[in-house]
Write a protein that binds this ligand. Structure first.
Ligand code: SF4
Length: 290
C-alpha cells in the first residue's frame, strides 16, 4: 500500500503537521501485522516499570536489565526496600545502567514523592487525575516528559502517548511532521492523541464521573417531584451509557497507546536505526526521505 503524497496538508510555511492523521492508522496496521502484539512493558510489576523507566534514560535496555537483575535478586523492587537502602549501595547495584549517581538520586526522589503524596500506594496513584499526576511527576527531580509518560502509560495505565527518539525519527523520515513543530514534545504527543480513534472522548471522563455523582445527588433531593424524577432518570440512564462508552474508549486507547509506542520502539531497533535499513522494513512502501 503506497501512501498518497497528494493527501498531505501543510500547516504553515515554517513546516508543521503534514498529514490529517490517517497515516498513523496505516503505520499502526503495518507494524502490527509485521511484529504482532507487543504486550509491553517488559516487567513483572508496576513498581518495576517505574524503576525501569528511570534507569532506561540514556542507555540501552540490556544495561537496564542488568541493573534490574541486581535489584530483583536482592528483593529490592519495592517502595519499602528502596526507601530503606543506603544511597551508595543503590548506586552500586544500578551501576550497569550508567549515570548511576544521578539515577540513584532520581529513584530516591521518586520514592520520597510516593511516600509523601501516596503513602507508597500505586493504586492511589492510578486513581489520581491524569493531568494532575503527570504534572506531579514532572516536578520530581530527573523525571522528564518521556520518563513521566512511560510511568503514566505503562505503570499507572493512563492514556498518555510516549514520545521518544524513535518516534521523532519515524515522523521526520516519513515527513509527517516538520519544521519548528517537530521540536516540541507536546506537539508530537498532541498529534498522536488527536488522531488515534476516540481520543477526543478521553479528556471528558473525569467530568462525566462528576456529572454522574451530581445527578445522583439531584435524584435524592427531588424524590417528591415527579417531573424531576422522570428527567433525572432519563439523565441518569444517558449518563450511565456515556460512562460505560467512555470507559470502554478510555481502556481501548490505553491499549492502543501501549501497543503503538512498543511497535515504534521495535521498528527503531530493527529497521529505523541511525542508519536506516529501509529494505525489508514494514514501512518500506510508504514515502520516506532516506
Ligand atoms: S527504515 Fe526506512 S522505511 Fe523503515 S521506518 Fe525508517 S525510514 Fe521508514
Amino acid at each position: 500500500m503506497a501512501y498518497d503524497e497528494e493527501s498531505r496538508e501543510t500547516d504553515n510555511e515554517d513546516g508543521g503537521i503534514l498529514d490529517d492523521g490517517n497515516i498513523l492508522k496505516i503505520i499502526y496496521n503495518l507494524l502490527r501485522n509485521r511484529f504482532g502484539q507487543m504486550n509491553w512493558w517488559p516487567a513483572e510489576s508496576d513498581f518495576e516499570v517505574i524503576i525501569g523507566a528511570i534507569l532506561t534514560q540514556n542507555t540501552a535496555w540490556t544495561n537496564v536489565e542488568k541493573a534490574i537483575y541486581n535489584l530483583k535478586s536482592r528483593n529490592l523492587l519495592s517502595f519499602e526496600a528502596m526507601d530503606a537502602i543506603e544511597l551508595d549501595l543503590l548506586k552500586e547495584y544500578i551501576r550497569p545502567s550508567g549515570y548511576y549517581n544521578q539515577k540513584a538520586l532520581k529513584i530516591k526522589e521518586f520514592i520520597n514523592f510516593a511516600k509523601k503524596e501516596y503513602n507508597f500506594s500505586i493504586e492511589l496513584m492510578k486513581k489520581e487525575n491524569t493531568a494532575v499526576m503527570r504534572e506531579k511527576l514532572l516536578n520530581i527531580y530527573g523525571i522528564g516528559e518521556e520518563t513521566a509518560d512511560s510511568i503514566m502509560l505503562y505503570a499507572l495505565k493512563k492514556p498518555v502517548f510516549v514520545i521518544d527518539a524513535y518516534t521523532r525519527r519515524l515522523l521526520e523520515r516519513h515527513r509527517i511532521i516538520e519544521g519548528s513543530l517537530k521540536e516540541k514534545y507536546k506537539n508530537l504527543q498532541k498529534y498522536f492523541a488527536d488522531n488515534i480513534d476516540n481520543i477526543d472522548k478521553i479528556d471528558n471522563t473525569d467530568n462525566i464521573y462528576d456529572e454522574y455523582n451530581c445527578n445522583n445527588k439531584i435524584n435524592k433531593i427531588s424524590d417528591n417531584k415527579i417531573n424531576n424524577i422522570i428527567n433525572n432518570k432519563i439523565n441518569y440512564e444517558r449518563n450511565t451509557n456515556n460512562i460505560i462508552n467512555n470507559k470502554i474508549n478510555y481502556e481501548r486507547n490505553i491499549e492502543i497507546y501501549n501497543e503503538y509506542h512498543a511497535l515504534i520502539v521495535m521498528l527503531g531497533k530493527m529497521f529505523c536505526k541511525k542508519n536506516p535499513m529501509c529494505s525489508g522494513c514494514p514501512l518500506e512502501e510508504l514515502n520516506h526521505l532516506v
